[in-house]
Structures are given as C-alpha cells and as structure tokens.
Design a protein around this ligand. Sequence first.
Ligand SMILES: NC(=O)c1ccc[n+]([C@@H]2O[C@H](COP(=O)([O-])OP(=O)(O)OC[C@H]3O[C@@H](n4cnc5c(N)ncnc54)[C@H](O)[C@@H]3O)[C@@H](O)[C@H]2O)c1
Length: 677
Amino acid sequence: MIQNPDISKAMTIKLEAIFSDLPARPEFVPGIRRAPKRHFSLNRQDTELALKNALRYIPEKWQAQLAPEFLEELTTRGRIYGYRFRPQGRIWGRPIDEYKGLCLEGKACQVMIENNLDFETALYPYELVTYGETGQVCQNWMQYCLLKLYLENLTQEQTLVVESGHPLGLFRSGPGSSRVILTNGLMVGAFDDQENWHRAAALGVANYGQMTAGGWMYIGPQGIVHGTYSTILNAGRKELGIPADSDLRGRLFVTSGLGGMSGAQGKAVEIANGVGIIAEVDPSRIKTRHEQGWVSQIADTPAEAFRMAGEHREKKQKLALAFHGNIVDLLEYAVQNHIKIDLLSDQTSCHAVYEGGYCPQGLSFAERTEMLKSENARFKQLADQSLKKHFELIKILVGRGVYFFDYGNSFMKAVFDAGVKEICKNGRDTMNGFIFPSYVEDLMGPLLFDYGYGPFRWVCLSGKKEDLHKTDETAMQCMDPTRRFQDRDNYMWIQEAEKNKLVVGTQARILYQDAQGRVNIALAFNELVRKGAVGPIMLGRDHHDTGGADSPFRETANIKDGSNIMAEMAVQCFAGNAARGMSLLAIHNGGGVGIGKAINTGFGLVLDGSARVDEIIKRAISWDVMGGVARRAWARNENSIETVAAYNQTRAGSDHLTLPYLADEILIKQLVGDIFK
Ligand SMILES: NC(=O)c1ccc[n+]([C@@H]2O[C@H](COP(=O)([O-])OP(=O)(O)OC[C@H]3O[C@@H](n4cnc5c(N)ncnc54)[C@H](O)[C@@H]3O)[C@@H](O)[C@H]2O)c1
C-alpha cells in the first residue's frame, strides 16, 4: 500500500508547503469570545475515527505530537479545531491587493473568508464560528490553511470544490465557470437529523455553514440591519396603524439577543426612530455592540430599562437600550407591572437551544457556559422550563394587545420541542404551523420576498471607504423611490447608510432590491470598475432571500400550496447560478433554523469590469431572484403572481414563467364538503 512519504510527494498543496516546522501552540487573546464545549458523545470506535480523520491533513512527522493534542481538543471542546494552525493574532479582510493569487476571484474569496473570521465580526473566531452559535467558515484550521493555499493557486481555468470546509481539490473548468463551489452539512435524508449531524461534526466530516458563515459572504451585523429595519417598520404599519410614510417614533419594541444577527436590532430600531429594549445575557456582546454604537444605553434591571424606554417614548426620541439579563425576567416584569409594549419578538439562538443558544431563566451566562460542559441533561431541563414560561408570558402580553412575531430563530419550534403543543395551530403537531406569525409569514414574505426584494449586498474589495461612498451614490442613482413603498424605504436606507456608520469589518453595504434593481446596480458597479473609478467588488446576498432558502418555518413560511416541505427551489437556485457562472456558490443544510429544517444557497460574483461579468450579471442575477418569485407565484402568492405577470411582458422573447390559474374557492369547498359530510 502507498506510504505517507509517497502521498506527500504526490501533492504540492499541503500543510508542509506552508509550514516548514510545526507551528507553536497558540496563545488565545484574552477577551475574545470562545465557543462553549460541544457535547462529546463519540464511542471508542468513533473517537479513533475522528482522530484518524483529522490526521489526514497532517504529515507523518507531526502526527505523534498532534494526535494527543487533537484528542484533548475533541474531549474537552467536542471538536478538533487544530488551533495550532491558526495564524497568531487578528485575522481580518484586508485590501485585496495584499493577497496572493493567480486570479481575482481567488484573492476575493480570501478577503471574504478572513472577514468572516475577524475578531470584530466573528462570534467565536478561534473556533471559526462567524455567527448563529454554530455557523462556521470551515471545520478546522488545517482546512483554513489549505483553503487559502488552494485559493492562491486557483486559476481562471479551474474550480475549487469544497465539501463541509474540506478542499476536495482544483478541477479543470474554464473562465465562464464558477471558481469555487461549496457545500455544507448536506446529509442523506435518512440520516438528516441532529443526532447524526452531531456525530458527523465530531468525526470531522460535517460543517454547519449557517448561511453566509459557511458561504463566506458575511458582512457583519449590517447584513441584517436593513431587513430588521424593514421588518419592524412594516410590523408597525401592519399592526399599529402607522402610515406608509411614517416610522416607529413613540413606539416600544422589546426583544432579545445582541449576537451576530440579533445585534442588528438596536441599530434598526433607531434608524426607524423607535424605542427598543434588547435583553442580552452575555455582557461581552453588550460591550461589543455598545462600543460599536449599535446600542446607545445599558440597563441592569428591568425597572431601569422600562423607565428609560418610557422617557424616550414620551418624548418621541429614538433609543436602543441593552438590558443586561434574561428576556424572561424582562417580560415577567412587564407582565407584573402592566407595561405597554407595542411590538415583541425574540432572537435568542433557538435553532440551537441545547447547545447553549438559549440561556434558561435563572442561569447567568457564565453559569450556562459551565453547565454546558458536563450537565447537558440538566441544561435541557432548565431550557425547556424557561421556554415554557417564556411562552406563557408572551401569551399574556399578546392577550393584552401586543403584536408578537417569531423572528425566524425557531423560537416557536423550540417551545413545541419543550413540550408545549398549544403553540401549534392544530394543537398537535407542526404540520399546520404555529399560533403566532413568523416575520416572514406575515411581513417579509408577502411584502418583500414575493416581489423579489431581498438582501443584495456588496463588498468593496479595495478596502477603501471612498469606494463604498461611490457605490452608495451609484446605487441611489439606479433607484426610483416613487415606484413602490418598498423602493422608498430602500432609498431612505441607502441615503442614510453612510451616516449610520454600519460598517463592521470590510467596506460592505446591504441594500434590499428586487430583480431588476439588482441587475441595474450590478451593471452600474461593473461599469465603475471598468472605468477604474473603484476597485473590484464582490457582489452577493444573504441566503435568507426570495429564492435562496427552502425553510418551511422561515423563508418559505408563506408558501401555502404544501410545497414548503420541498427543497427544490434552493437546489435549482444553486444549480442555475452555477450554470450561469457566478464566481462563488454555496448550498447548506440547516441555516438559521437547524439541521434538517432548511436548505439554503448563496452566491458571490466578483466584478472585474469585464464584458464577461456583464453577461453573467444579466443571465444570473435575474435568475437568482426570479426563480424564487416564480415558485412563490406558483404557490398562488398574489404579489408574486403580479410580479411574474409583469416580468413575462417586459421579458417577452427572453424569459417566460408559468403562472397558476386560480380555482373557485366556493366550488372547491362545496365539492370537498360533499365527500367529507
Ligand atoms: N436577524 C435576522 O434577520 C434573523 C433572521 C433569521 C433568523 N434569525 C435567527 O436569530 C437567532 C439569533 O441569531 P444570532 O446570529 O444573533 O445568534 P447569536 O447566537 O450570535 O446571538 C443570540 C444572542 O442571544 C443571547 N441569549 C440567549 N439566550 C438568551 C436569553 N434567554 N435572554 C437574553 N439573551 C439571550 C445570547 O447570549 C446571544 O448573544 C438565530 O436563531 C438566527 O437564525 C435572525
């Protein structure tokens, strides 16, 4: 059988090409958040397998030294991260010219990866977690090193294939093909559950990509601020009777979470001119958001929080207030003291409750972290108890007229899993959904996704602020704020974006746009690059979009033809974008709702100013959006039907999308009623 020296000789891209000696053991910068220990439950045989798997990256000369170290990581942290291979100090998305590479896309992907691992943007940078408690760029630092080396060697004639963070290799393709295609955590149906996933992750064969973490397109919490702003603004319009041209002044929004995505809530409520209280148990996250100016004040007791909120509310002044404590304590106080709340939500990481995403009432953040190390059963019991109480308090508040919506964090599913059947519409199971609306079902789905409005974004790879300024101005010139109220909201957003100091990490911007808006802006940006007015740009979007995610409790929660349990839209989106030559493609299991509950896709497109890229923009971007709108139209969503009907006219001779005929409801009810008499 072939031996290690021959294996080493057969590869040029390998760890020994980067390190002549084994790098020193790492020093962890104090104050940087660390992931809690992930549950270690492998049996003896699987533990051996996990070690052998990790050693696949390691040349023989280092194996004896690293094997015990990897075993220690596995048993004490639940995963083999290979800390030793992490470069010392801060990693960050530097200007693209500072990266080595044989093509622009290879360098651009390195910027994106490193931005996802920046101490400033990443949740647990040492464990390669960007956000959402478990969303990783890749599984371990050996993969990171190899990915970088592969990207440095990637040419316009090749495609890099990445499976759950593992670079499978460079395969010949061509300039019109995608440069990087990555998949994360995709599992065979029969094994597509939490238990098998935990085993696979501990074995080192599955990465939880979340969305833009594993898709390398995270742009800090800004990525979510725009969506959060639109969501709470539209919640106010829908439920509080706020006119379309007004905002949330004088209204109170109560919620929780100042983490990766949830950290956007304070900023969003301030941009909408409202008052927000955001409960957060982790003091380090409050500190980060406060330092960034994303929350303006901090309260240590519910009484203080509601007093300060009340004052601002009366004066109609905006306020983003962090309450240091548990959301359940905050709501308990509001219920006991009959405090008037207008809008209520929750953004604890309920897609990963038992991994620590939800801190039970009665435990401090430090106690929760300690308990996760060794008392998983007790943690589960406390989390379930807390979720039940949380639900009871929300029920009381809703009874008093508060509008509660689930923020796509699987809160309602978590309450159900904790044993509360009453949260289901049918009082039995989740088949017919839940008694409270989810933000996509009520707000984002019908008002944004169904038209094709979604979280379009770009990164100025030069790292220059002036480039971002120019792109903001160019985007504004492409927009017509008088077309629809969504366009006006988006215009207001981009007009104020620079002033609102949203950038954390790379010079990036998010801007909700529909298909035509995205195409127009992308072409205008590519022209800017062509003229040399700005450096290259990475375009992309969150996976959380019109056509990017099949997720029945979230993005596709307003698909009501029964097809919300299908994952074909996301898979088609991925395949279609690959066929049309997007630079970077990603498809993941799980996303923000958990393994087996969603399939989601994203893309990146590097604008280099070429005519080739103009063609990709025209072919791929409208497909990326309209594939989703067409599916929504086929599910009989009214706004999508209108959007597709108009698209068929403007694109006559080019595209043609199928529309559904509508059935006579009375006829159907009569006919079916006769059978079920
Ligand atoms: N913002 C969005 O638009 C959006 C969209 C879809 C889904 N989500 C979901 O929202 C959730 C949060 O995402 P994230 O990236 O911010 O995750 P995160 O883990 O980075 O942040 C969650 C925060 O909640 C805090 N927390 C946990 N339990 C708490 C409790 N009982 N009381 C107060 N604070 C508590 C944690 O300390 C943490 O800081 C995820 O489930 C995500 O999928 C958000």
